[in-house]
Design a protein around this ligand. Structure first.
Ligand code: PXG
Length: 462
């Protein structure tokens, strides 16, 4: 491979490239890491370092890097028809085939798909679609959407408004009106003195309280990630989602699952909703649909909404140039074919997911780790100053000490990418990861934890 001048790329990067969610002055000082190649679960940077990608790119490279059949599928489609739109009574073959494929692999209430270019656009579409649904039902006042604090639903204005990230809400307002937030079902944060199962019911009860405050006739929908991803891999108690479903049914409000992370095998099912035992009316997807090889997102539209939109709605004045992009859809078809051929969803459910759970839990013995949990192919651990009998008895670090970021740097040095959310360290590895690769990953994490502890002792923080 051609030799890359890292410094020159970093200088051009600082001069011209505005990155997402980045402090550019700080980045310019150290220079960005330049990723140049991927194969399987591995990445290489421009300095020749090989790094295990514990985050699947950004929760998306489910089939791993370097799949030549993905390149072939995209190349072939680009040669045949690189683009055509789906407006004005036209369609294209890959978009139609993908819609049918998604209907086949999704829960039975889904028979329609709307395509977008990203997860954020999927959620924007959902906001407009649920409000349109209630207009058509003759209840336009039903426009309020209930979401959760610390949720992530994207970075467009509607995605930001739906999400519950305080740091995002603080910038670039005003936000989209008619969106409210209840607390997240984080047992670690809010469940002191309760069993997980008890807490799950309490947390779902916050939804019912809020619906009553708002007046049930004003509430359009509830939206949540089956497992909160960017918020720090928050796995809700198993009692939570069924109770949320019961409450939504009781008041007739729509249930939306944002499966941008949880979809396409991440939790050992095609969709996380199946594992949580819920029947959402709408599902947002993106990321894993193409394993990130090409941008694509969309909305699975359940029969309840699709029936009204298509049956009574006339034009729904919404859509994107790239809705149903033939090349992106061809990539998704090949991605799903690979996942099916290799039985990746089943593998995560029955083999490597349980193995990851078992091995990840051993990290709980480390003196820095106060709590671990995992589900399918997501996992997280909490870094603490002193351990206690339960996570609620641990002494945590001062948020300003930046312990998570210190740990993250040691993870890189140990050749693994792990994401820090405050002092919680999380992973979402490619679904192709083998048992031997899980062992390798856990070894690297353990080494990085040891090195983090040593540095914290030197700094007088531990
Ligand atoms: N919903 C969920 C649940 C997501 O995780 C989006 C929507 C938005 O998708 P797009 O394709 O518009 O980015 C996401 C994206 C992080 C991180 O720091 C997570 C995401 C994006 C960027 C950073 O973990 N998830």
């Amino acid at each position: 491979m051609e030799k890359i001048d890292t410094r020159a790329i970093q200088q051009l990067d600082s001069a011209h490239y505005l990155h997402p969610f980045t402090d550019h002055l700080a980045l310019a000082e150290k220079g960005a890491r330049v990723m140049v190649r991927g194969d399987g679960i591995w990445l290489w940077d421009s300095e020749g370092n090989r790094i295990l990608d514990g985050m699947s790119g950004l929760w998306c490279v489910n089939i791993g890097y370097g799949r030549t059949s993905m390149c072939d599928a995209v190349y072939k489609q680009m040669q045949t028809l690189p683009f055509y739109n789906s407006f004005f009574n036209t369609t294209n073959v890959p978009a139609v085939q993908l819609a049918a494929k998604l209907v086949e692999i999704s829960p039975p209430q889904f028979n329609h798909v709307f395509f977008t270019g990203s997860g954020s656009e999927a959620n924007d579409t959902i906001v407009r679609m649920v409000r349109r649904y209630w207009e058509l039902k003759g209840q336009p006042q039903r426009h309020v959407i209930v979401s959760r604090k610390n949720a992530y639903h994207g970075s467009t204005i509607a995605g930001t408004s739906l999400g519950g990230m305080a740091g995002m809400h603080a910038q670039g307002g005003p936000l989209v009106p008619g969106i409210v937030h209840i607390d997240q079902p984080s047992w670690v944060e809010h469940g002191h003195g309760m069993s997980q199962d008890e807490f799950g019911l309490v947390a779902a009860g916050w939804l019912e309280e809020r619906i009553k405050e708002l007046g049930p006739d004003n509430v359009a929908a509830f939206i949540g990630e089956p497992v909160q991803g960017a918020g720090g891999v928050i796995v809700p108690p198993r009692t939570y989602w069924p109770e949320v479903q019961r409450i939504c049914d009781k008041y007739g409000i729509l249930l939306i699952a944002d499966e941008v992370i949880c979809g396409f095998g991440r939790l050992g099912r095609w969709f996380g909703s199946e594992l949580m035992g819920i029947k959402p009316d709408l599902i947002a997807f993106a990321k894993g649909v193409t394993s990130g090889y090409i941008p694509l997102g969309g909305v699975l539209v359940g029969d309840r909404v699709a029936g009204v939109l298509t049956g009574e709605g006339g034009d729904f004045n919404h859509g994107f140039t790239y809705s149903g992009h033939p090349v992106a859809c061809a990539a998704a078809l090949e991605n799903i074919r690979i996942m099916q051929e290799e039985g990746l969803v089943q593998k995560v459910s029955e083999d490597t997911g349980p193995y990851l759970k078992q091995q990840f839990a051993t990290l709980g013995e480390h003196p820095l780790v106060g709590y671990t949990d995992s589900l399918g192919f997501v996992a997280g651990l909490n870094l603490v100053r002193t351990k206690g009998a339960t996570v609620h008895d641990c002494e945590v670090f001062d948020g300003d000490d930046g312990v998570g970021m210190i740990c993250r740097a040691h993870m890189f040095d140990a050749g693994i990418i792990m994401r820090a959310v405050g002092d919680r360290m999380i992973i979402a590895p490619p679904l192709v990861m083998t048992r031997a690769e899980i062992d390798d990953m856990i070894g690297r994490i353990r080494l990085a934890l040891d090195n983090t502890l040593a540095e914290l002792r030197t700094l007088g923080l531990a």
